[in-house]
Design a protein around this ligand. Sequence first.
Ligand SMILES: [Zn+2]
Ligand SMILES: [Zn+2]
Length: 352
Amino acid sequence: MVEAEREEFCAFHYTNTSDGKCSTCGLSLCNLEQHYGASADRICQLCFNITKARKTVRYVQISIWVVIIALVITLWQVLGSGNVIYALLPIALILFVPYILRPLIFRLYFTNLLPKESILPILRYFEASGNNEHYKIFMKLLKRISEEELDEIRPALYSYLIPALAFNFSRLPEDWEDEMTTNLRVSKEDFVQIFTKDYRKILIQTSVHNAQENLSQFLIYLSKTADDKELLKEYITEITSAEIMALSENDLNTIYGKLLEDVFLFEEQFYELCDELNLEKEKVLLAQLLSRYEPPPVPKNQIEAVMTPTQLREKRKKERETASLPKEIENLAQDDPDLQLILDETEEKDKK
Ligand SMILES: [Zn+2]
Ligand SMILES: [Zn+2]
């Protein structure tokens, strides 16, 4: 099977060649998408629907509140001042608002979109967000697609599904495999084969050059399920390829930070795999890569807890640059002219 590049076809009409991207979400579009946003940028049907839906949803929310307040006032007057507490009961209706709104939002978002037109976009949303709601909608749409449509869309669907699953492997619900294979109408064996045979190259390339958290675990899962040890061999060989080994410390930590984080977290498992697969040279190279890896700093407070590892790393770097010398060294230097001289010199150099 040819590995279809998903940028080449429209995400909404997989049989059409793409001629641009949505300026909001980046999905590939074809000449059938002619919606424009507030600043005249071309947007997809989904982004168009979402913008419109937000207004409608706000009106519905306001209306629900108006009804609740009206009910409270009416009850208050009917019941008299002795039973004020009962008049507040309608406020409990707020609890049901999400249940009223959810199906409405779903309908508004997918207005003018058939299941087969919505399925790739929602998969891409899931890929980016890892949001469980997006996953559920994807499953719902998958169920609604006819057998014929499914066979037609399969190659396009898989090129979207592979990164979506690989990037979110740790966020998938426990029973994902059963649900997925049932709705895709394939056997578990065939399902795993799709990844390890038809999309093998994309999978290895993505896992190494565009790694995400726990992606190594996804590959280990696939290799076990498909009984394909060669897959992990290729994966580890790619991680320790000359291209990556030759990178500067900085490039290695910024571009391949996620990949190294996985190797760092599952270090023992990686070494065991190397032993099992007779990858002696690669084992040494992996250790070498790890020795050049800076694990993300541990957040010290609430503010740092919400920062990304890259931001935190930058902050630590700045702190190190601006930090004054520890008091002990300064005290020592006062009694030792030679040390004082060295300190002054390094300070001069830093300033330059
Ligand atoms: Zn869009
Ligand atoms: Zn299209």
